[in-house]
Design a protein around this ligand. Sequence first.
Ligand code: FDA
Length: 310
Amino acid sequence: MGLMRTALLAGSHSTWLRERATRYGFVRRSVSRFMPGERIEDALAAAEGLRPRRIATILTQLGENITALEEGDEVTRHYLDVLERVSRANLDAQISVKLTQLGLDQDKERCFANLMLLLQRAAPLGNVVWIDMESSEYVDATLDQFRRARAVSDRVGVALQAYLRRTPADLESLLPLGPAIRLVKGAYREPPELAFPRKVDVDEAYYSLATRFLSSSPLATGAFLGIATHDSRLIDRLGRFLATIPAASDRYEFEMLYGIQRPLQTRLVDEGSRLRVLISYGDYWFPWYMRRLAERPANVLFVVKSLLAG
Ligand code: FDA
């Protein structure tokens, strides 16, 4: 793992840094590349803006590791409202939640109850609830909650991280459920015993997990893959594989983050691929933003440019 990436991911946990950095205009300006605004209205307006370009969306309110259970209930109420707003606006916009935002650290059963409230609202509206994958200490608990939720409804999906050495085994154990999986490379700082430190190994693991999923028989029973990456080389390689299995054509979509690789987003849509863009909003953006910087240290240059632009 590069020094810059390590430093940025370490910084993402710093309360000291968060409290100071978020006050500076130049930091806020550079964040706006990845986030249309802090309010749900900003996110919904951005989703409306993407609709004519045939880009569907996922909405996520930034936040993680809440410190009081009541906050989890509040986040749940917020997302219930988002589901209603999306339905009223007739938008193809799903929601994505972090379980530590619903109370996973405080009370697993209350967290699950919150997740079920969201699912019970999403299902009749024809919507979907995605569960983000957080750092490795949460994988077991997250998959456990996903399995329980999946037993009740198929309108729930979970992210799996290709950088984790355990993920092929997790994928095998989930496949019989005919699951909706969002495959990501992984955004947290993990030790080499748990996660591949080299990008080339992560990329290879990603390809192998995606092709395993797409050629598996549960595809017939409702399984769905979100190919969540901005890596054009990997996308092209997977595209060649996908061309050999037409049966998978309505069983996957590409997913990217708002503001990242826009030309690639346009290209995929122009080629007829399905694309969904994840739009983040909320005022707790600092750790998330540091993870975005860590993904591409060249982004730090944009922060510096924003500083110089005054
Ligand atoms: P990679 O990092 O190799 O980047 C490929 C290319 O994309 C780069 O060369 C650059 O051109 C561009 N790029 C990538 N990131 C960029 C950035 N921040 N700014 C500018 N350009 C950038 N992670 C996780 O641990 N749990 C989760 O639940 C999720 N959820 C999630 C949802 C969706 C829809 C997406 C797209 C991603 C996630 N992630 C995630 C984040 C994911 O793990 C990963 O950190 C990022 O997607 C970056 O990895 P790439 O696959 O894009 O490849």
